[in-house]
Each structure stands twice: as C-alpha cells, then as structure tokens.
Design a protein around this ligand. Structure first.
Ligand SMILES: Nc1nc2c(ncn2[C@@H]2O[C@H](COP(=O)(O)OP(=O)(O)OP(=O)(O)O)[C@@H](O)[C@H]2O)c(=O)[nH]1
Length: 136
C-alpha cells in the first residue's frame, strides 16, 4: 500500500459484506498514504477508483449506487458501477483512465524532482562563488 501508484478497490453490489471490506481497504489505503507522505502533498494524489461490480445483478442488490458514491466522496476517489460479466469495455476504460492518471502523476513527480535538483545546483554554485555583486 505504501508504494502503489494507483488502486482499484472492487466490491460486489449484491454483497454488503464486500462493500464493508472495500470501506475497510479504503481506510487502510488512506492511513498508509498519510503515514508515508509525511506532509508531502504529491503522494496524496495517488488515483483510487472504487468500483461496484455485478451491476447486472441489480435484482439482488444490497448496496445502492448512492452509498458507493458517498463512500467515494469521503475518500476522494473516483466511483463507477460496472458489470464485468456484461460490459468489458467499461472495465477497459476504467483501467485505461487510471493508468493515464498514474503516468501523469509519475511525470509530475519526475519533473518536480528535476526542478528541485536544478534549484539545489544553483544554490550550490551561489554558495561556492557567492552572489554577483552589483556593478558600480
Ligand atoms: N453476474 C455477474 N457475475 C460476475 C461479474 N463479475 C464476476 N462475476 C462472477 O463472479 C464469480 C467470482 O468471480 P471471480 O473473478 O472469481 O472474483 P472473486 O474476487 O473471487 O469474487 P467473489 O467470488 O464474488 O468474491 C465468477 O463466477 C464470475 O463469473 C459480474 O459483473 N456479474
């Protein structure tokens, strides 16, 4: 949980227990992220998607869509109900979107590291040679 770049947390809409488990997992992810970030805002942006699967089993539904949506808002994550059995395209799009976000995050972090690196080199040069004096 500390090193993951993204999460997809899945529950079954026809099984309340699985929803409670998903809730528990989101709570653990949040805790792990808070501990590992130590005030670093970048790590807080790891994309998480909460997915309510088996949407086709709506006749046996135990978790309403609203509950999923509220839980997702609570943990600042995306939310979608899907049916892996009936619509693989939804799953494909879901993974594609999450991977794009992960890639963007990794790029942002790499850029930030590079920028901080160049700043520290500039600082090093200033420390060695001192600041340029104003010409008289
Ligand atoms: N009706 C329906 N069945 C699904 C769907 N997704 C998966 N299943 C079925 O659910 C069963 C369990 O799926 P698995 O892929 O083994 O997933 P699992 O994490 O072990 O899930 P559970 O056994 O449900 O806890 C299989 O029989 C799947 O075919 C769906 O969207 N709709």
């Amino acid at each position: 949980m500390e090193w993951a770049d993204g999460f997809i947390v899945v529950y079954n809409i026809s099984d309340r227990m699985s929803f409670l488990n998903a809730q528990n997992i989101l709570c653990q992810i949040n805790q792990a992220r808070r501990e590992s970030s130590k005030g670093e805002i970048v790590k807080m942006d790891i994309p998480i998607c909460l997915v309510g699967n088996k949407q086709d089993l709506c006749h046996a539904r135990q978790v309403c869509e609203e509950e999923g949506s509220v839980l997702a808002q609570e943990y600042r994550c995306q939310f979608q109900e899907v049916s892996a059995a009936e619509d693989y395209l939804d799953i494909f799009n879901l993974f594609t979107k999450l991977i794009r976000q992960v890639m963007e995050n990794l790029k942002y972090r790499a850029d930030r590291r590079r920028y901080n690196g160049s700043k520290s080199v500039a600082k090093l040069i200033t420390n060695m040679f001192g600041k340029r004096r104003k010409s008289v």
